[in-house]
Ligand binder design. Sequence first.
Ligand SMILES: Nc1ncnc2c1ncn2[C@@H]1O[C@H](COP(=O)(O)OP(=O)(O)OP(=O)(O)O)[C@@H](O)[C@H]1O
Length: 447
Amino acid sequence: MSRQVLCITGPPHALPGPLHDAIAGFDVCHVAGLAAADTALQGQHFPVGLLVLDDWQEPLVELDHFLRRHSRPRWVAVFRPQALQEAPFRQLVHDHCVDFHTWPLDPGRLSHTLGHALGLAALGQRAEAADACAMRLTGNSPAITLLRQQIMKVAGADAPVLIWGESGTGKELVARAIHEHSGRADGPFVPINCGAIPASLVQSVLFGYEKGAFTGAGAGKTGLVESASGGSIFLDEIGDLPLELQANLLRFLQEKTIYRVGGTRSVPVDARVIAASHVKLADAVARGDFREDLYYRLNVLTLQVPALRERREDVVVLAEEVFHGYATERARGVRGFSSSALRAMRSHDWPGNVRELLNRVRRAAVMADGALIQPHDLELEAPGRAAVSGEALDSARERAERLALQSQLDAGHSITAVARELGISRMTLYRLMAKHGLQRPVRRAAD
Ligand SMILES: Nc1ncnc2c1ncn2[C@@H]1O[C@H](COP(=O)(O)OP(=O)(O)OP(=O)(O)O)[C@@H](O)[C@H]1O
């Protein structure tokens, strides 16, 4: 388990002796001030944070905002006993910290508290990972239900898995779910995008290198494959792996051993390989870009992740989930989707799959002006617009009338405001709503 602790103090100075003793057994990163702490937390996740609040120079409200931004680490505070006389200070400690210590410090007790906080963080991570897998593969369509069943089946085996699917369909999510439901769930899950590593570095990144293997090799380094020992390694875009490295991967799959760059002895590694590709590997084999023997070795258990357009019934539930998931960043007053936005989403083809949906909905939730998200907020065409040509004039007029009414009503304004906007009387508006079977808008509190 990681024993990393981020220790934040006021002005930079050496840590007092008792504090130094308390943190001696942990992997501590010490920073002074909130700006430095922000930077540290952006670059890395720390399961536990230690706040040393003596000589603290930043306003309490800044600290409160900081802790709200970084609510994932378990925070432990250290301060002078007098600080507890201030109600806002007590509130801050109560709201954000799992424990606190006052001076004079008992190093043994603080060390115990930090260990306890690390334990809590590890429990939380397990729960988060399990929830993420259980919940995040969203959808009730037959295609996604079948995929969930297949995930459970392949999770129980230990053979390599090959996942197919267009970009953005959720291949990495599927790989994580396989890992989390496998007997290796307690081990690491190491994702690697084979296409993102420069060709000259792939060998050493994947398999590591020995001390002095090349200029600048320093002390030597463990590769990603080795770091997945006891767990699973996810090789995304496996088709981008250079041919010469495919031979090394094949040897690893066959013999469960690797050679580090510059090394002569084989290192046993127990990691399950889960690979993914958005291109048909069989075509790459035919072109001579992918080794046939590796293809057959990987192609034991295969899963196909469906494109979003093949499971349109999941679009709305995914969109709702994204909308509610970004509750904190969406524009004030935006309550949900208009019916025309829902129809536009259902008829869109989603070439970028779930990733495209995430981006469109997230953007619309932030940028929407009205109470309900409209097709244009999602940068989608309003439904029906494309089908006007060749339509009888009467039905085109009817449809245009309905659309105009619907989009005004969806914007959440009052009947009076909608009638004014459309240039008709309230009586005419009621008549047209009845004719088109449209409902009175749900009024916002401010109307
Ligand atoms: N069924 C789903 N339910 C919820 N979220 C999903 C689902 N499928 C995909 N996502 C989300 O869509 C995004 C893209 O998924 P992911 O990165 O797994 O796709 P991918 O197929 O691996 O893409 P690429 O081939 O481009 O690497 C992620 O944020 C993921 O959480």
